[in-house]
Design a protein around this ligand. Structure first.
Ligand SMILES: Nc1ncnc2c1ncn2[C@@H]1O[C@H](COP(=O)(O)OP(=O)(O)OP(=O)(O)O)[C@@H](O)[C@H]1O
Ligand SMILES: [Mg+2]
Length: 244
């Protein structure tokens, strides 16, 4: 299976080289768990590798996202300028927002359309898509409707060959009975837990599912620094193979 690099070398190593090409991977986690930063690494890597990328943002403004990326050394403005990256602000239609694209300037799109309509209009040459955060659309619908919606989003993006990260907050994920996880090709969970020995709170990544991929079920420890996501040193698969 072809892979698309995640933008985090240690994560690539954990999932046989990257996210499965043309498939969707779900990233879930609580507030501040690092979900958006995982998305930023993927978009930045996609852009530096010359791919057409799109971020559909439902919560943060494009300005905040660009600033967050800049702070962790994953500047994206140049890719907005050369039209490799489009940041689409998808607002819930029920907010009745009157914001217009003009407020954000070139490279940004504002849509009051339903998320399905917005995904339907993703250009066919787009290779990398990040949806951050799909959870807001889950709150005002039944779980069956949500499951149908997420399946449809998956099919539409898979049909045009996009490799997609679907970010979902833990609250919406739990409220929808974790259904999203069955719909996607892979699932990554981010969490913060207290280390019982040190009493310190630490960040963990769990990969419960990645179809067609040899994954370890062990949790991985990571940090968020001024360089973005970095994993605490654990032996990589290639190092383990050398030892054997
Ligand atoms: N330069 C930095 N150095 C250290 N930690 C940082 C830095 N920048 C961000 N962080 C950490 O990353 C966290 C935010 O990560 P991120 O925005 O990806 O979370 P999230 O899971 O998307 O949260 P939300 O659910 O609110 O959208 C911050 O709470 C902060 O702890
Ligand atoms: Mg976020």
């Amino acid at each position: 299976m072809e892979r698309i690099k995640t933008g985090i070398a240690e994560l690539d190593d954990k999932i046989s080289g990257g996210y499965p090409k043309g498939k969707s991977v779900l990233i879930t986690g609580g507030p501040g768990a690092g979900k958006t930063i995982f998305g930023l690494h993927f978009l930045h890597k996609g852009c530096t590798d010359g791919r057409k990328c799109m971020l559909l943002a439902t919560e943060e403004t494009p300005e905040d996202i660009l600033m967050e990326a800049e702070i962790i050394g994953l500047g994206l403005q140049q890719y907005i300028d050369n039209e490799q990256l489009v940041i689409g602000r998808v607002l819930e239609s029920r907010t009745g927002s009157t914001e217009t694209a003009a407020q954000f300037g070139a490279g940004f799109e504002v849509s009051e359309l339903d998320i399905l309509e917005r995904v339907r209009s993703v250009p066919a040459d787009t290779e990398v898509v990040v949806i951050d955060n799909i959870g807001v659309f889950a709150l005002d619908m039944g779980i069956k409707e949500f499951r149908n919606k997420i399946d449809t989003i998956n099919h539409m993006l898979t049909n045009i060959g996009c490799t997609t990260l679907i970010i979902m907050d833990d609250t919406a994920y739990e409220l929808t009975h974790k259904l999203a996880e069955y719909s996607v090709f892979g699932s990554i969970k981010l969490m913060v837990k207290e280390n019982p020995y040190t009493g310190l709170r630490e960040r963990y990544l769990d990969i419960p599912k990645m179809r067609g991929t040899d994954i370890s079920l062990e949790l991985s420890l990571f940090d968020i620094t001024e360089k973005g996501i970095t994993f605490r040193s654990s032996k990589t698969k290639s190092e383990k193979k050398v030892e054997k």
